[in-house]
Design a protein around this ligand. Structure first.
Ligand SMILES: Nc1ncnc2c1ncn2[C@@H]1O[C@H](COP(=O)(O)OP(=O)(O)OP(=O)(O)O)[C@@H](O)[C@H]1O
Ligand SMILES: [Mg+2]
Length: 241
């Protein structure tokens, strides 16, 4: 199983989700390989610092990513790839090799617009691969409090992108922001990480259940022309209603 975490938008939570997912699998005794496809190497530093038992491979060139992922797949329970902040060829390579894709997304208009481009690339990868692979979920990440207007309508708004959305939302939390710096996972951070840990663990369980049952039923045909490319706040909310 190859799991890729992608979004051309920078800072949406790709590395946070990819690293926590990898740590979660390692702690469950699974044989994990990690591909850091982002030139910033932030996930590599985090994983090395934490000392989790997994091989980390840094690779940013598209063809090399395809070859690396294919070579790692047979010997590991799961290969997790952290994508770069651009619609680079490396993102396309990940979409062409992944079995399952997670697209973290915030709820502001610029994030939705960038995410729409990523969804378009995913749909084109499915077309090239002749069907509904890779299976994919959007993940609402770095979401502000309930009083924030876009948060309240975010779930409906994000559904306009046409992909299934994970039930569990990652709220903007200090412990989550600090986990990379502490080179750890939120569930080791004690009382100050309690809420962050609860929601991260719930999300990872939810994702694991989806990943074990990747199927076509969740993936109604998505045409690129049906993906909204331009948004405005009233438009997002109006479309969602
Ligand atoms: N749920 C959250 N609550 C608070 N801070 C968060 C949360 N998720 C991520 N962050 C912080 O937001 C910043 C961006 O997150 P992260 O590095 O995971 O995003 P990214 O999509 O990988 O970014 P890039 O595109 O630059 O690689 C980081 O400082 C991270 O610690
Ligand atoms: Mg990153």
């Amino acid at each position: 199983m190859i799991l890729a975490v992608v979004n051309q938008k920078g800072g949406v939570g790709k590395t946070t989700l990819a690293v926590h997912s990898a740590a979660w699998h390692v702690e469950r005794g699974r044989h994990v390989a990690f591909i850091d496809a982002d030139g910033q190497s932030s996930s590599s530093r985090w994983i090395h610092g934490a000392g989790w038992r997994m091989a980390v491979h840094t690779e940013t060139a598209a063809d090399a990513i395809l070859e690396l992922a294919a070579s790692l797949r047979p010997a590991h329970d799961i290969v997790i790839a952290d994508g770069p902040a651009s619609l680079a060829e490396s993102t396309r390579a990940l979409l062409l090799i992944a079995d399952y894709v997670l697209i973290p997304c915030g709820v502001t208009v610029p994030e939705l617009e960038s995410t729409a481009q990523t969804v378009r690339m995913l749909v084109n990868a499915r077309r090239v691969r002749g069907g509904s692979i890779p299976d994919a979920h959007l993940v609402m990440a770095r979401v502000r409090g309930e009083r924030y207007l876009l948060t309240r309508d975010a779930r409906q708004a994000i559904h306009c992108l046409g992909l299934p959305v994970c039930e569990t939302v990652l709220r903007l939390r200090e412990a989550t922001a600090d986990a990379a710096g502490q080179r750890t996972a939120v569930w080791t951070m004690g009382p100050r990480g309690r809420q962050a840990a609860a929601e991260m663990l719930k999300l990872l369980e939810e994702i694991d259940a989806y990943a074990r049952t990747t199927n076509d039923a969740r993936n109604p045909h998505l045409a690129t022309e049906n993906i909204p490319q331009q948004w405005s706040s009233p438009g997002v909310l109006a479309a969602a209603r």
